[in-house]
Design a protein around this ligand. Structure first.
Ligand SMILES: [Zn+2]
Ligand SMILES: [Zn+2]
Length: 285
């Protein structure tokens, strides 16, 4: 029996439509179970590149409702229902997330109802596969416990007006993985990530000169700077830390901070193992 535990970055980017860094989406494979966290732009294309049928995703978890994290949801849902070998989902797509997930799912079903009716009549696609089986959770706790995989959600701090926002922890075969979700420095994240084997953490960086720009200051204020992330890593001492969801802000003059600058800033506060994530990188905790 397949017992591999693997995390693949499907999209390591942010809202900018960058073909090298697709929108936020991460695939967790725990034995035969396939779970995705967020469905940013291009997630289905990355699954296709990996040869993973889009319709085979067992569960989609949402961290929060910023559009760059959910804009790929209709693609995942409806392309996964089509008849090609990339699709063929015959059961509803399961989606779990914080309060607001039911609203999103209900209105997506409404928005695409014409296409769903047409394809059922014309292509005889199964009605169940066109449904979204959505669920919501409140607060921290175990939200999935099946065949040795336990998934725990926990609240993070993405800013005073950006609520709810969550991260996730996955435990399987004695190994653990934490995904930070979008967050500033957050003690509740640390509480769930101390001693974790693999910590996938977001990061945002702008050059000091551009921090005078209100828009840039606000974006950085919603995320973890390299110094914030280094503090989290130092407290959690993960087996490996991976930067994901790289918000490297282009100030329009000197371009975005480089990966080199990001790592230099991180090294000021943490000297353990850190990898800067790229799309399609995979990690086994
Ligand atoms: Zn966000
Ligand atoms: Zn984000």
């Amino acid at each position: 029996m397949d017992t591999e535990f693997r995390v693949t970055l499907l999209g390591s980017g942010m809202p900018a439509p960058d073909p090298l860094r697709f929108g936020p989406a991460t695939l967790i494979e725990a034995g035969p179970q396939k779970i995705m966290v967020d469905a940013g732009r291009g997630a289905t294309m990355r699954l296709f590149q990996l040869g993973i049928p889009i319709g085979s995703i067992d569960l989609l978890l949402l961290t929060h409702f910023h559009s760059d994290h959910v804009v790929g949801l209709p693609d995942l849902w409806l392309t996964g229902w089509l008849g090609g070998k990339f699709g063929r989902r015959t059961r509803p797509m399961r989606v779990l997330g914080p309060r607001g997930t039911l609203h999103l799912a209900h209105h997506l079903e409404q928005a695409f109802s014409a296409d769903i009716a047409i394809r059922m009549a014309d292509e005889h696609l199964p009605a169940a596969g066109a449904r979204i089986d959505a669920g919501e959770f409140e607060g921290s706790g175990v939200i999935h416990d099946r065949d040795g995989l336990r998934v725990t959600c926990f609240e993070v701090n993405h800013g005073d007006k950006i609520k709810p926002a969550f991260g996730y922890r996955f435990d399987y075969g004695g190994k653990s993985v934490v995904l930070s979700g979008d967050t500033r420095y957050c003690e509740n994240l640390i509480a769930h990530a101390v001693g974790v084997d693999l910590l996938i953490h977001e990061v945002a960086m702008a050059r000091p000169a551009s921090m005078g720009v209100e828009r840039i200051r606000r974006v950085i204020g919603h995320h973890s700077t390299p110094a914030d992330a280094a503090r989290v890593f130092a407290k959690c001492t993960p087996g490996l830390a991976v930067y994901n969801h790289l918000v490297l802000i282009d100030d329009g003059e000197s371009g975005p901070p480089t990966v080199h600058e990001l790592m230099d800033a991180t090294r000021q506060g943490y000297d353990g193992a850190v990898v800067v994530g790229e799309d399609l990188m995979a990690f086994c905790p």
